[in-house]
Design a protein around this ligand. Sequence first.
Ligand code: NG1
Ligand code: ZN
Length: 543
Amino acid sequence: MADYEKIKEASSKHPKPADKTFQYGTAGFRMKANLLNSVVYRVGLLAALRSRKLNGQTIGVMITASHNPPEDNGVKLVDPMGEMLEASWEPYATELANAQSEDELVKIYEKLTEDVKAKPGAPARVIYARDTRASGSTLVACLKDALDATGTEYTDYKHLTTPQLHYLVRCVNTKGTQYEYGEVSEQGYYKKIAAAFKQAMKHKKTTGPVTVDCANGVGGPKLVELKKHLPGASEGGVDIKVVNDDVLKPEALNSQCGADFVKTQQRAPPSSKISSGDRCASLDGDADRIVYYFADKDNTFRLLDGDRIATLAASFLADLGRASGLAEQLKIGVVQTAYANGASTQYVEKNLKLPILCTNTGVKHLHHAAQRFDIGVYFEANGHGTVLFSPAALKAIANYEPQSPAQKNALETLRAVTELINQTVGDALSDLLLVEVILAHKGWTCQEWLNTYVDLPNRLVRVEVKDRNIFQAVDAERKLEKPEGAQKDIETEIAKYTKGRSFARASGTEDAVRVYAEASTRGEADDLAARVSAVVRRYGGVA
Ligand code: NG1
Ligand code: ZN
């Protein structure tokens, strides 16, 4: 039961920095770690309230700043099925975080408790974990203070990847039900995906090793642990070479390595000596993103990003659907954002003949849209994504009686893949194994994967303006509704280019407007991006 005096007292140990305003955004709260004590304390209060509201279902709290620099940290909440916090609760987090005094904080908390109709006597349960940042332990202490003050039962899972915590939350809440998701432990996570991987790789072989850059983050030690459960290359598995897994040097985190570096710099981490043909992948700091890459025969760097993983997964699942005789029951769809390369969109529609939905940026939007399909494949171009199977699809896959040995084979692989893929959130470790399974089944090298379509040259530019909030986007952020006239001017520029496509939107995570442009040649894409950026500056004023 919440004791408001206790909450007030504990809160006074974690005062809010007076001049700061916080906002729970797409990635929860994220900023310099030394500003986060009060925020994490208050997120702890909210986690307790959310659990009480849901009659003691377990809520997750993850302390991480993903691909941000080592001095940053962040915190986000995980809902009972392992999904991101319900959007309608985000403003509550923001409101609590911005309360100026202890009195105001408690007043807001009391009012929220009434508004959401949480039973004050209901149990509250929370599990939490953190990435490898040095600031993590201080922030965990703030969180614990909130959980103690609110009489919450909790378990500290220490260091985990973000998707591992999402997995555990779902496991706890489904335990003993017909929807049981897995054993409630870190080992349970490895066992589940390793068993699924083994099954999916039956009679298949990968060609050559895959080198995985772990951004010197929590994904490193976790991948090393996962490897212990996987068959090696000689036993029909895959040879995984782990690099950049130094978590003892805090300053090395996400520095010159990791998925974000590779995607934004369009090059391999300088520390990786990659030779022509080597298959490589990079995770981000909390292992919920992955991108692949390789050097082609001319030693040119080639990126296989989230769009590529989505198209690869969609094509594989469509093949399995057909081969197992379940194509009719399994309607596959792909969900992208406006940042997906136009060539990938065209490939899905024209070649794979699958439907596409485009949503706003931010994985929660993609996740929800993906639930509209029997099998919903969603990835952001930056490498965050997964595949969701609807309850009806899972039932069909579980119950179908194969009519031939070929159908039986495909069905077994399909079943394994449903277990391999993390259903809660994009998971770099699970996605890594999924890509390896698919490449083994197709017998493809990275070059063959790349050959499926040719990306349109593109450019992403960050434009700083006086107030990014005047830029209001509509139509899945592909058009600007405000400021008036801006969209028309952008379209005038687009019309000058072959296969030109461009849009501008206010970033949700940085104080800037992002401009994306693609066109038929590198020069044209750069040009178009520059011209649209000029439009944005003209309307937004130089910062
Ligand atoms: P913003 O800053 O809203 O563009 C960025 C990424 C998103 C997503 C979020 C959350 C791009 C263009 N945008 O959002 O894809 O990952 O951060 O981390 O990469
Ligand atoms: Zn991340």
